[in-house]
Design a protein. Structure first.
Length: 178
């Protein structure tokens, strides 16, 4: 007996299952790895940041953005223009200004007009700001060290090198897109 021609149901199911599978993954194995790496990096960064935020709040009654501004301002003891601080913080002047205003009110930083252009404000730490930051930095370093304490030092060095390669790859891709 000759089989009746297939209605294609079996073949349709195979295609449908393949499509569903492709839709779910939608990526090659290499691309899946790239996404997994990116998500792992985000997760690690978020876990570290969450702990640092909590510790800054609990131990110093401050926030991570305040700490970040103080640390960035400390990098240029002679002061830096607001636009440079914004660039280093990777935020707009509009985002950084209210935070700087509060730090000025708290007498942790001060604004001085630029001698060349009075429209430009140079930001620098006050003595109180320097003292507060000098207390926070060793604690911050200790918290990060503690979070990574179970990572083998050779593995940490290798991870650092690999992240450097990833950074270079990202920068190359950005240049190629521009």
């Amino acid at each position: 007996m000759v089989d009746a021609p297939s209605s294609g149901t079996s073949e349709k199911n195979k295609l449908s299952n393949q499509s569903a599978s492709d839709f779910e993954t939608g990526l090659s194995e290499d691309e899946q790895l790239d996404i997994r790496v990116w998500l792992r990096l985000l997760t690690c960064a978020n876990l570290i940041e969450r702990r640092v935020r909590k510790n800054l709040r609990d131990k110093f009654d401050t926030t991570l953005p305040r700490f970040d501004v103080l640390a960035q301002v400390d990098r240029t003891p002679d002061g830096q223009p607001m636009r440079e601080l914004s660039r280093r913080m990777m935020v707009t002047n509009g985002n950084i200004t209210p935070l700087v205003d509060r730090l000025v009110e708290d007498k942790l930083i001060k604004r001085d007009p630029s001698p060349e252009d009075r429209r430009v404000q140079h930001i620098r730490l006050t003595t109180d700001g320097k003292q507060a930051l000098d207390e926070m930095i060793p604690a911050h370093v200790s918290w990060v060290n503690n979070l990574m304490a179970n990572l083998d030092r050779d593995d940490a060095s290798q991870l650092y090198a690999l992240l450097g390669e990833l950074k270079a790859s990202i920068q190359t891709a950005e240049r190629d897109e521009d």
